[in-house]
Design a protein around this ligand. Structure first.
Ligand SMILES: [Zn+2]
Length: 233
């Protein structure tokens, strides 16, 4: 009799433990599946892409990730370039066009979180060079890019000035330059305009993708972008 009782108790315990195990396992699988779905939906809806993913042979020289910029401060935690997907795809078309002429694009800046815009405005409150945070920059919308030209080996070619030169020498109509600098400035502008980018009067390197200019200002930090955008890291 005692042996039978023991068998019954063992049997009941086994059934109980198995059902708990199955219940917990099913729950875990379900939540992992839900998480994966949320992550993939976030990626689909997320507005920014990593430019290096879209254009692997582009050259990055992200100055605001170093102190080598007009503020003298490191403003980005990593030397990455993000843009709205439509702008990144248009930029890829520019790079393909330029390669046929023996040039590659070199990027100095792309998407810029709004919090960084405010820091720049504190240093340079001049709307000719830094967009007033009241309006927000096209860089904050993920549709502006600061670019120069390099040759096929990645060496800089002569441009009117270095990046972020805030003098009239960087103005689009400035003419007291070498023939090479004028030619490269024109080649860059024509290539960008052909694919839907607009230039501005005061900076030869700045272009914004016209179709995206009404998009909202974003203040997503680089760290958060990198956690969503599938990247190299
Ligand atoms: Zn710019």
């Amino acid at each position: 009799m005692r042996r039978l009782e023991r068998w019954i108790i063992t049997g009941i315990s086994l059934v109980f433990l198995t059902s708990i195990f199955l219940y917990v396992r099913t729950g875990e699988e379900k939540s992992a599946g839900e998480e994966a779905q949320v992550a993939s939906e976030t990626r689909t809806q997320f507005p920014l892409v990593e430019v290096k993913e879209v254009i692997p042979d582009i050259i990055l020289d992200i100055r605001y990730a170093t102190a080598d910029n007009f503020t003298g401060k490191v403003l980005y935690p990593s030397a990455d370039c993000f843009l709205l997907e439509e702008a990144a795809l248009a930029l890829k078309a520019v790079q393909d066009d330029l390669k046929e002429q023996g040039f590659r694009l070199k990027i100095y800046d792309g998407y810029r979180p709004f919090s960084v815009q405010k820091k720049m405005w504190e240093v340079m409150p001049n709307p000719n060079y830094v967009a007033d945070p009241q309006k927000g920059s096209m860089h904050n919308r993920g549709c502006a890019v600061d670019v120069g030209l390099a040759d096929m080996e990645g060496r800089d070619v002569e441009m009117p000035t270095e990046f972020d030169n805030f003098t009239e020498k960087a103005h689009r109509d400035y003419q007291h330059l070498t023939a090479d600098a004028i030619a490269h400035r024109r080649i860059l502008k024509e290539a960008m305009e052909r694919r839907g980018f607009a230039s501005i009067r005061t900076e030869w390197w700045h272009f914004s993708f016209k179709a995206s200019q009404n998009k909202p200002v974003l203040n997503i930090p680089f760290e958060a972008v990198k956690s969503v955008v599938p990247g190299r890291n």
